[in-house]
Ligand binder design. Structure first.
Ligand code: PLP
Length: 404
């Protein structure tokens, strides 16, 4: 399905210049229990005939839909997870935002939702939403503004439709503070790291399914598998017990190869059961450039003789690697945790301790350094959010202001 199929008939494109801004009411009070959320939200409605409607940024509020809306009946919804960080200089940074926008388009296309916006227009709207919340974001290590763009079907997704496309949809963006900060602190070192429960009972993804798309349905249906005491499920697939991912993270193992190289092994994306993580992709890119000696700044502390291998990786391989001592560490990565050491796996009634590896912290420091603008990887991965301070942004004014 191509983007042009849902566009090109005089439908309005998504346009940041028509933004309508509503400041917080003068006596803005935070709803109890929602203190950790951003105060504003961005909404952009979409209609199959008229295209994208007026983008609005205003106080965060409840949404309402017809009880037969596609999102409510058949989970026609997809999302993204992004983080905004504050640098020591006080400016806000987004990490490779167009990668997330492209992935949201891909998820939307899988569901018959619109996927034809210009990423630069969306980024401009995004940046304004971030800028409004800037005063709330701390600049301490691990702190962040987590961003949740969501795209869903608001029209009736019910009955027999002529084709798979939604008649009406909504793109909205809300934020929350410091997601993942707790896990982030679980840190690295001997006896540390998160505990995973290797799950054979519930299967997260399978070939031909939707595992490689960030669809709401992928998460709601496997929530119940997480056992108390474990940070996440380790998702297995196939009779070989291949490891696809853990929770909502991609997984790497660090292994000593027969030729003495240090290998970073992760499940390949080719069979469509692994979510193509942007943290995963960034780590692979940095490690490959390091290995090829391309980088002007090699990753400090990473040996020269390394390689990245994308292939199937099974639980029996992990166990063998523990027995013969070639398994040198394991970590998960994703926007939520950045990079986190795996300390223990529970599998078929046994508990396996995974050795720690200082390379995990090195990788985490490298990625967070880039995200916070402390390390320049030379590829403009860190986007600096321009300041935006419309009248009434902090609830001082009761007038509605249109911002161009
Ligand atoms: C979001 C997600 C990831 C991580 O992707 P990032 O782009 O690195 O945040 C990995 N696995 C699953 C299942 C996810 O939903």
């Amino acid at each position: 399905m191509s983007a042009s199929k849902t566009n090109g008939h005089g439908r309005a494109p998504l346009s940041a210049s028509s933004l309508f801004f509503t400041p917080l009411p003068p006596a803005h009070v935070v709803t109890p229990g929602k203190e950790s959320h951003g105060r504003y939200m961005l909404t952009v409605p979409w209609n199959r005939v008229s295209g994208w409607g007026q983008p609005r940024i205003g106080p965060r509020q409840d949404l309402s839909f017809d009880p037969l809306a596609g999102v409510l009946q058949y989970a026609v919804t997809c999302f993204e997870g992004m983080k905004c960080y504050k640098t020591d200089q006080g400016d806000l940074r987004l990490f490779r935002p167009s990668k997330n926008f492209d992935r949201l388009k891909r998820s939307g296309a899988r569901l018959g939702l619109p996927c034809d916006w210009d990423n630069d227009e969306l980024l401009e709207l995004f940046a304004k939403l971030m800028a409004l919340e800037a005063p709330l974001v701390p600049n301490t290590d691990g702190s962040n503004l987590y961003i949740r763009p969501t795209l869903l079907e608001t029209s009736e997704g019910f009955g027999i439709k002529e084709d798979a496309f939604a008649a009406e949809a909504l793109l909205y963006v809300v934020t929350t503070l410091n997601l993942g900060k707790g896990l982030y602190a679980s840190s690295e070192g001997e006896g540390k790291g998160i505990k995973l429960d290797a799950c054979k009972e519930f299967i997260r993804a399978w070939p031909g399914g939707t595992g490689s798309y960030k669809l709401g349905a992928n998460y709601g249906t496997v929530n119940i598998s997480k056992k108390p005491g474990y940070a996440m499920s380790l998702w297995l697939h196939g009779k070989e017990d291949f490891i696809s991912e853990a929770g909502a993270m991609n997984v790497f193992i660090i292994k000593e190869a027969a030729d003495g190289y240090t290998e970073f092994i992760t499940m390949s994306l080719s069979n469509g059961i692994v979510l193509p993580g942007i943290t995963r992709e960034s780590i692979i890119e940095l490690l490959n450039e390091h290995a090829e000696g391309k980088r002007e700044f090699p990753i400090q502390g990473v040996p020269k003789n390394i390689r990245v291998v994308e292939r199937d990786l099974s639980m029996p391989e992990i166990i063998n690697g523990l027995e013969d001592g070639t398994l040198k560490g394991m970590f998960g990565c994703g926007t939520g945790v950045v990079v986190v050491q795996v300390g223990e796996i529970q599998y078929q009634g046994k508990t396996y301790q995974i050795p720690s590896n200082p390379l995990i912290k090195t990788l985490r420091d490298t990625i967070t350094g880039i995200q916070r603008g402390k390390i320049d990887e030379g590829k403009s991965w860190s986007f600096k959010v321009p300041a935006w301070n419309p009248e009434g942004a902090d609830g001082q004014s009761d007038e509605e202001v249109t911002a161009a």
